[in-house]
Design a protein around this ligand. Structure first.
Ligand code: GDD
Length: 336
């Protein structure tokens, strides 16, 4: 399994802890979009990785999302949807994840998992990766996704309070469940992980899913599975339907303690997630109206402002991988 760590200007201490929590047998792939001007945070991250690698002899690949050689390889592979108008890989967490998946494929991995770089508990990271493995072992299908439902998401005010969900998840889950309820005719609250950044997939599943830009990635993954294999819309990947696509939601033993980023960020992530839901062909007009009301109430959009569709990046399976492999040069990676 490869574990991808997307990072953008996170605290170096947290990044170091996250790396140390990843079980030894996994290949670590760090995809950074951290600041290179003023204080060059990528240099600091490289120092951490260099030291960690020296002490633990771990296999680590590290790249910067804005690396020209990386962008060139995607261009050669005809995968230009991931590039921005400066011809570099666009900023965004989903874009970082896609880079990670492509590198995991390049290294011949069967499984790819993601852990956020802003986690305060290295022991929780260790558990997350073990949970991914447990999920994979529960299924015989080559198309598996494991999403983590955090046991608690504590708030640290004067007294710690062990809340069950975060501010974004509790809203996004409502609409994901509504979408399933309305499409099946049976009310359900089954989805607890709409925004689970900590999740994993078989490479086989990861490479056939389209991704939504930025923070819509995790929401869009679920939607894409429902759209492509849910039996309501036509499918183009019959093999996956034959095997079945298994989604596991595993509740962690550890609480999830991560960086608190403030209201503006929470609104941005909620907007990305709900926009993906809004634009799904499975979303009815009634749910669209509810989503729009929710986003107006959270001041993510103005009344009457239309909800723009997230940028959809086509599946990795559609890129010319041989060309990518040929074009990707050692220059795209930080070597130690
Ligand atoms: N490479 C890369 N590029 N990493 C990024 C970028 C980017 O442009 N933007 C953010 N990240 C990294 C952050 O550094 C962090 O490690 C991780 O992605 C998650 O970002 P957060 O900003 O901490 O997300 P959150 O906790 O508020 O949002 C939650 O919900 C999102 C929506 O489903 C998390 O679970 C996210 O992982 C999730 O994407």
């Amino acid at each position: 399994m490869a574990i991808v760590v997307p990072i953008k200007n996170d605290k170096i201490k947290l990044f170091e802890g996250v790396l140390s929590g990843i079980p030894h047998d996994c290949l670590i792939i760090v995809v950074s979009n951290s600041r290179r001007t003023l204080t060059d945070r990528y240099i600091m991250e490289m120092d951490v990785v260099k030291q960690f690698r020296k002490l633990t002899e771990r296999e680590i690949i590290m790249t910067h999302q804005k690396d020209e050689a990386l962008a060139k390889a995607f261009r050669k592979a005809g995968y230009t949807a991931i590039l921005d108008d400066t011809d570099l890989v666009r900023s965004g967490k989903a874009e970082g994840m896609i880079v990670g998946i492509a590198l995991a494929k390049l290294c011949g991995k069967t499984y790819v998992g993601f852990v956020d770089a802003d986690n305060y508990m290295p022991g929780a990271i260790w558990e997350y990766v073990k949970d991914y493995g447990a999920g994979f072992l529960l299924s015989n299908s080559p198309y598996i996704m494991v999403r983590l439902a955090w046991k608690y998401k504590p708030k640290w005010t004067e007294e710690p309070y062990f809340k069950k969900t975060g501010r974004i998840s509790e809203r996004a889950n409502v609409y994901m469940n509504l979408l399933i309820s309305k499409n099946t005719g049976f009310e359900t609250k089954i989805v607890r992980t709409t925004c689970a950044g900590d999740h994993a997939m078989t490479l086989k599943l990861a490479e056939c899913l389209p991704f939504a830009s930025g923070f819509a990635a995790e929401t869009q993954e679920l939607l894409a599975i429902f759209e492509m294999f849910g039996g309501i819309l036509p499918t183009t990947i019959r093999e996956a339907v034959q095997h079945g696509v298994d989604i596991f939601q595993i509740e962690t033993a550890n609480p999830h303690i991560h960086e608190e980023r403030g209201d503006e960020h929470v609104t941005e992530v909620l907007l990305h997630s709900l926009s993906a839901l809004y634009h799904s062909p499975l979303c009815s007009d009634e749910i669209k109206r509810e989503i729009h009301k929710e986003l107006i109430a959270s001041r993510a959009v103005k009344p009457k402002e239309p909800l723009s569709k997230p940028e959809i990046i086509p599946p990795i399976a559609e890129m010319n991988f041989k060309q990518f492999q040929k074009a990707i040069s050692i220059e795209a990676f930080t070597t130690f």
